[in-house]
Design a protein around this ligand. Structure first.
Ligand code: ATP
Ligand code: LTN
Length: 365
């Protein structure tokens, strides 16, 4: 895809602001930014809540940036060799799922230094109290013996990711809503504090799927399917699991004793509701169609098999394409280098604008 200034810098610049601005022009194409950490094994929740949606967004006419957020991963200690492996592997997962590098910008966060630099600048306008209130920080820090400053600062780096690209839309699962809300607050505060030449940032919206925003663990339908728990037997369906593993995971899924195959918000029926939600998100069928698909099912055994079949049909081509991408690491690195270059072309002018507006001497072009 071509990254140029089309639709971006069409706002006339006040003479007092020599730095090219990328302010929102209502007529410009929408922009989307999202990312995933290269930690743990990507699972069905990540696919339904995030990646599948990103792929669909490619047909919506928006300009899309999909990032592998390796700098976010190191907020919790990672084995360096393992992290490198997982970073390339996640790039192959994005591509195998249908992210098209000719239509979207696909890149590794640490390849674009503007993210870390913008994070510093945004740190200086973000009140500490805002970060201490974040649910994810409270949850994750409670599980760590030693909590890094980076873990507290994690959402500011996320804000930098989003704001550098003037993203209007941030397609994420339900758990990220609070972080996008914080990004909006940081952007508004910066726009106010340094608004002498007009607003710097677009205020982004979270885009949360109506179905599948929070896929639950198969072993415990009261807790979110999560990468950190994906090594727990029976918890997650890995995006790259083979058909036999997928079937085994679903067969073990926790259900209830009512025998009813219906959507329900009754916490006791959360297991069956989760299975139906997975089926609905994968097949794109409506609530009524899904319930009628299962009207003649003979018990939960049938339900589990049918959901497993739908998931296998969706993930098998993904797994096969993943294997092909992993066989050619040089091509993968080439695509990532190209993506980083495209991302830099957008992020650097924005960083320079931020610096200028905050009072730094910005020289050169
Ligand atoms: P961790 O357990 O390490 O926090 P995670 O499984 O939550 O990892 P992330 O890398 O934090 O995965 O999330 C990547 C994307 O997947 C985000 O947009 C997130 O909202 C979405 N996502 C994660 N888990 C789920 C889930 N269970 N259901 C729907 N979407 C999810
Ligand atoms: N915190 C996010 C990952 C992430 C992200 C982003 C998502 C980092 N930067 C920017 C959307 C936009 C998560 O999924 N855990």
């Amino acid at each position: 895809m071509e990254i140029d200034n089309e639709g971006l810098a069409s706002v006339a610049q006040p003479a007092s602001d020599p730095i090219a601005a990328t302010e929102a022009d209502l007529n410009r194409p929408k922009r989307a930014f999202s990312g995933m950490q290269p930690t743990g094994e990507p699972h069905l929740g990540n696919y339904i809540g995030a990646v599948k949606r990103w792929v669909q967004m490619q047909d919506s006419g928006s300009i899309n940036f999909f990032c592998i957020v390796d700098l976010h991963s190191v907020t919790i200690h990672q084995d360096p060799d393992e992290l490198r492996k997982r970073t390339r592997s996640l790039a192959a997962v994005y591509l195998a799922s249908g992210i098209d590098p000719d239509r979207s910008t696909l890149f590794i966060q640490s390849h674009v230094s503007a993210h870390a630099e913008a994070c510093w600048l945004l740190n200086c306008v973000t009140p500490l109290g805002w970060l201490q209130k974040m649910t994810q920080f409270k949850d994750k820090s409670a599980k760590q013996e030693s909590v890094s400053t980076g873990l507290l600062d994690y959402p500011v780096l996320q804000a930098a990711d989003i704001l550098l690209y003037d993203a209007d839309q941030v397609p994420v699962g339900e758990d990220q809503k609070q972080h996008v809300e914080l990004t909006r607050n940081i952007a508004e505060r910066f726009n106010r504090l340094y608004g002498q030449d007009g607003p710097t940032f677009v205020i982004p919206e979270p885009v949360i799927p109506t179905v599948g925003a929070r896929i639950m663990g198969l072993d415990d339908p009261t807790s979110k399917m999560s990468k950190s728990a994906s090594s727990v037997r029976g918890h997650a369906v890995g995006l790259l699991d083979d058909p036999a593993e997928i079937e085994r995971s679903f067969k073990r899924a926790v259900t209830d004793s009512s025998g009813e195959i219906r959507f329900s918000d009754n916490p006791e029926r959360a297991g069956v509701n989760n299975l139906l939600t997975i089926y609905r998100a994968i097949t794109g069928r409506t609530t009524e169609q899904v319930e009628s698909d299962f009207a003649s099912a003979r018990g939960y055994g049938d339900l589990k098999l049918k959901v497993a079949e739908a998931v296998i049909a969706e993930l098998t081509p993904v797994r096969e394409r993943y294997q092909q991408f992993m066989q050619d690491p040089a091509e993968l690195d080439r695509l990532l280098a190209r993506g980083a270059e495209q991302a830099r072309a957008v992020a650097m002018p924005k960083l320079r604008q931020m610096m200028h507006r905050m009072g730094m001497v910005v020289v050169g072009g």
